[in-house]
Design a protein around this ligand. Structure first.
Ligand SMILES: [Zn+2]
Length: 274
C-alpha cells in the first residue's frame, strides 16, 4: 500500500501542525474533488501564508477567510505553486481582500531557495519542480516536515505534463530532485493541490517514476510497431485504461512523451509535434 488514505479529501486537515487545508468545490475530471488551498502558519501564529487561493470564484475567498478568522490570523502573502486557473484564478482578488502580495515563479516574484515573507517568521524554502508546468514550485516547511507540492504528484492518480509549457524531461528531473530532497531532509508529508495528503513521499515519487517509464515504453513501442507518431492515435492505442473525459489531458502527456523520446534518441523524428 503506497498511500495511507488515497481517496480521502484533505479538507480541514492540519498537517505537521503547520499546514491547514481549505478545499474548494470545483470538482472535475482534472481537479478531482476540487482545489486544495493550504494555509501555512506556526501553531498560535497571528499571520498565515495562503498557498494557491483557488479558482476565480468569490466563494473561495469566503472559505479561506472563515478558516483564517477561526484562528484569528491575517495574511502575510499569497503564494502560487504555479499559475493555472484552478490555483491562481482568484489570486488578485485574494491579494486585495487580504491586503497581501501575490508571489509566483512566472511573475518573477519567487526564486528557488530560502523564502523570506514580510510579517511572518515562518521558515520557508522554494523548490523548483518544473514539469507539470514550467513554473511549478514546492514550498518546504521544515518545522512541519512537509512540502506543499501543487500539481507535481497526487495520491490518487498520475499528474498531467501540460505540453508544451510542461516538459517530460523537466518533470523527471524534478522527481529526482524531490526524491533527493525528501530523503535528505526527512520530509514526511506532501500537501497536494487535489485529493489527499501523501504520507509516504518516497513511495509515491517512485510510483510516479515507474508510471512515466511504463508510459514512455508504451509510446516508443507503439510508434516502432507502426502506429503513427501522433498523440491522438497513440492515446487511442495506449490509454484504453483512462476515462474518455481525460483523453485531452492524455494527448498533452503523450505529446510530452514523444518530444522526450525524440530528444533522448529513442525515436527518429519524421514530423514535428505541437
Ligand atoms: Zn496545474
Amino acid at each position: 500500500m503506497t498511500s495511507a488514505r488515497p481517496h480521502t479529501p484533505a479538507d480541514g486537515v492540519v498537517v505537521g501542525g503547520h499546514a491547514q487545508c481549505v478545499r474548494h468545490p470545483n470538482a472535475s475530471p482534472l481537479t478531482y474533488r476540487g482545489t486544495n488551498t493550504w494555509l501555512l502558519a506556526a501553531p498560535g501564529a497571528s499571520w498565515a501564508v495562503v498557498v494557491d487561493p483557488g479558482p476565480d470564484d468569490p466563494s473561495c475567498l469566503e472559505r479561506i477567510e472563515a478558516a483564517l478568522t477561526a484562528r484569528g490570523m491575517g495574511v502575510s502573502a499569497v503564494l502560487l505553486t504555479h499559475d493555472h486557473a484552478d490555483h491562481a484564478g482568484c489570486a488578485v482578488a485574494a491579494a486585495a481582500r487580504f491586503d497581501a502580495p501575490v508571489r509566483g515563479l512566472r511573475a518573477g516574484t519567487l526564486a528557488a531557495g530560502p523564502l523570506v515573507v514580510d510579517g511572518t517568521d515562518l521558515v520557508l524554502e522554494v523548490l523548483e519542480l518544473a514539469g507539470h508546468s514550467s513554473d511549478s514550485v514546492g514550498f518546504y516547511v521544515p518545522d512541519g516536515d512537509l512540502i506543499v507540492t501543487g500539481d507535481v504528484l497526487f495520491a490518487q492518480s498520475p499528474t498531467m505534463v501540460c505540453w508544451p509549457d510542461g516538459r517530460m524531461g523537466d518533470y523527471l528531473a524534478s522527481l529526482d530532485r524531490l526524491a533527493h530532497f525528501v530523503s535528505e531532509r526527512g520530509v514526511r508529508h506532501l500537501c497536494t493541490a487535489h485529493g489527499a495528503v501523501i504520507d509516504d513521499p518516497r513511495g509515491r515519487i517512485d510510483a510516479a517514476r515507474a508510471h512515466r517509464a511504463r508510459r514512455l515504453n508504451q509510446v516508443v513501442a507503439a510508434v516502432r510497431s507502426g502506429i503513427p507518431a501522433d498523440a491522438p492515435a497513440l492515446v487511442e492505442a495506449i490509454y484504453n485504461d483512462v476515462a474518455p473525459d481525460l483523453h485531452d489531458a492524455a494527448v498533452r502527456s503523450v505529446n510530452a512523451q514523444l518530444r522526450y523520446a525524440y530528444d533522448e534518441g529513442l525515436l527518429q523524428e519524421h514530423r514535428s509535434t505541437r
